[in-house]
Design a protein. Structure first.
Lengths: 263, 379
């Protein structure tokens, strides 16, 4: 079906509105001047150099990467376990497990942030990098849960039965037959969980301390105290990392669909 | 423990014997399998045959251990395995959907049961090669399942099921997803392979031709009950009921209550016809007047001729009149459908040569010998 002229023009305008802010911010990062202007003056890498040598920015980058990776790992473990419980165990109703696992997507972020803040202060978890990662992992769990559950439901149940008939007990069937088959889906979910943490700002602000600041938190601080092109450079780095991660998920899913195509 | 057992089995050692004692499986008030008992001798190829919903797959899953029976016992080589989990029953299984491990190569798929039994890698390789040769796929070790055709996948699945020399090979509609030609080729291959290895095989199918071609014995199931358990020939020639007769091969079923003629011969009343029966063909007890019976007449046993103009009653012991309603050419034979005055239909098969030219609409006379009919009962 060919789209009509109006639909195409509308689509282009809408796409432009979505992309232009990113393009503008990215462009301003390459300015030679010392204030943010668009179009940028000249072309230079000086603000990227500044960012990568300033301990405030490098520390924030390191914190963001660490929190993101930890959050993704925890989300993969928890989300996959929940998906297996929902699809296979039969102990709990599948819909209940899914509902619980999906709540972080429904509950307003600021509510999650306040809740986590109070609980952490109460039990003394406030201020730790692992604590922030844990809070971010909760936000990432739904991505893993949905992805892995879909993968589990598309598996041929006879494959697991075949493993049992081959002499594999329930645990070996799970580890050697089920888990390898859902691994790509869990990985994709994990990458989404990483991105969620990577650009999350609300929870990160509530849990921030002078030594525990992720990139978005530091950018937020900069915006309030006056912007410099270095902020644009950081924003560009943030965007590039996100794009790379999305490219990874695309690569994983295309590999997966290729290996399944011949049926 | 299992390693020792599987290694001590020589290649020519037969599979295990299997006994089912009063197996039942209920889902609420539904009796999916209802009190089925049967014994399979070591090395036999047995097919569970039935329409969908007959309980054949449920019964196979009980034998495999995927389902716990509501009642009854499963014995392998005399040992009660009813409470033994699937992975300790030493079975091989082939599924209609092939069920290969998609993330593992062909070689690792086939080596999987060996690895589960604790066999070392070096020993596995040789057995995998042998298994691939036995299913005519030598050199396919490094392929992935997604790179194979349906027939090749089922061959790999078969190799995986037999590589550890299981005491039982269970097959759940193994050829159901393949086209007809490939199905026929694989039927012969599976049969040869199971004979060479002396495997005890339980095969599930709804395809009566497959059951005929492959089985030593057929267990015919309907509504969860075992209708008949016998060799294919016996079920065909001596069906215990109209259900058995109808399921194996084409059959004309004539129903009624027997009467005894003045000369002492038993007949089945028929409008525009005369059906004598031969008591020797009765499958169960000797029939008598007043018995409600089903007379089974196979299409190939019926002769067909043009009806004489005179309208005189024929002298043959078994005959029916009817109008030819269709003539169907089926390759090397011809199928005639004859409509009787009461609206029922009789199917006749005949070879193509030396026959009168039949045209739909013609009045015809059908005759057969009472010795070729079988007297059985409604099931």
């Amino acid at each position: 079906m060919r789209a009509g002229l109006f639909v195409r023009v509308f689509g282009l305008v809408f796409a432009a509105i979505l992309i232009i802010p990113t393009v503008v911010v990215t462009a301003t990062a390459f300015t030679e001047g010392s204030i943010i202007t668009f179009p940028p003056q000249g072309m230079s890498w000086r603000w990227f150099e500044e960012v990568l040598t300033d301990p405030v920015w490098t520390g924030a980058i390191r914190t963001s990467l660490t929190v993101g990776v930890l959050a993704a790992v925890i989300a993969v473990l928890v989300g996959t376990s929940l998906a297996l419980a929902a699809a296979r165990s039969g102990l709990l109703p599948s819909s209940l497990v899914v509902a619980v696992g999906m709540t972080p997507m429904v509950v307003p972020l600021v509510v999650v942030a306040i809740g986590v803040y109070f609980v952490y202060v109460r039990i003394g978890l406030y201020g730790g990098i692992l604590s922030l990662a844990l809070a971010h992992a909760v936000l990432g769990v739904p991505f893993v849960l949905v992805n892995v559950l879909a993968a589990l439901r598309s598996l041929d149940p006879h494959v697991e039965e075949a493993a049992r008939a081959c002499g594999a007990g329930p645990v070996r069937t799970l580890l050697r037959v089920t888990v390898p088959q859902i691994l790509p889906a869990a990985l994709i979910g994990g990458l989404f969980a990483f991105i969620t943490s990577w650009d999350e700002v609300v929870v990160a602000i509530f849990l921030n301390t002078p030594t525990l600041r992720t990139l978005p938190v530091v950018i937020w601080g900069q915006v309030r105290s006056g912007l410099e092109p270095s902020t644009s450079a950081v924003a560009t780095i943030l965007t590039v990392v996100s794009l790379v991660v999305f490219a990874l998920t695309a690569a994983i899913s295309s590999r997966r669909s290729r290996s399944r195509r011949v049926h | 423990m299992f390693t020792d057992k599987s290694r001590s089995r020589g290649t020519d050692a037969p599979g295990a014997g299997l006994s089912l004692e009063g197996i039942a499986k209920h889902y609420g008030s539904v009796r999916a399998v209802d009190d089925v008992s049967l014994t399979i001798e070591p090395g036999q190829f047995v097919t569970l045959l039935g329409a969908s919903g007959s309980g054949k797959t449920t019964l196979l899953r009980v034998i495999a251990g995927f389902l716990e029976p509501s009642a009854g016992r499963v014995l392998i080589d005399g040992r009660d395995v009813t409470a033994v989990p699937v992975h300790r029953r030493n079975i091989g299984m082939v599924f209609q959907s092939y069920a290969l491990f998609p993330h593992l190569s062909v070689a690792r798929n086939i080596a999987f049961p060996l690895a589960m039994r604790g066999m070392r890698k070096a020993e596995r390789r040789e057995l995998v090669t042998q298994a691939l040769e036995s299913v005519h796929l030598p050199g396919y070790e490094d392929r992935m399942p997604a790179q194979l055709s349906g027939g090749q996948r089922q061959r790999v699945a078969l190799a995986r099921a037999i590589v550890s020399r299981p005491s039982l090979l269970l097959m759940d509609e193994p050829l159901g997803a393949l086209d007809r030609r490939l199905r026929e080729v694989l039927q012969v291959e599976i049969l040869k392979l199971s004979r060479e290895l002396g495997l005890t095989v339980v095969n599930v199918t709804h395809d009566q031709e497959e059951a005929f071609t492959m089985s030593d014995r057929i267990a015919l199931l309907a509504d969860g009950k075992l209708v008949q358990y016998a060799s294919p020939e016996e079920i065909y020639t001596r069906p215990v009921s109209d259900v058995a007769a109808g399921f194996l091969g084409e059959a004309n079923l004539l129903r009624g209550v027997l009467t005894r003629a003045a000369d002492g011969r038993l007949t089945l009343p028929a409008q525009d016809g005369h059906v004598e029966i031969d008591a020797a063909t009765a499958v169960r007890s000797a029939p008598d007047a007043g018995d409600e019976v089903v007379v089974v007449v196979r299409p190939w046993s019926v002769g067909v001729e043009r009806l004489g103009r005179d309208g005189a009653e024929p002298g043959a012991p078994c005959w029916l009149r009817g109008r030819l309603s269709a003539v169907i050419y089926a390759g090397d034979s011809q199928k005639l459908i004859v409509e009787r005055p009461d609206g029922s239909e009789v199917v006749v098969r005949r070879s193509m040569d030396g026959q009168f030219e039949a045209a739909p609409g013609e009045e015809v006379l059908l005759t057969w010998s009472s010795r070729d009919a079988v007297v059985t009962t409604a099931g």
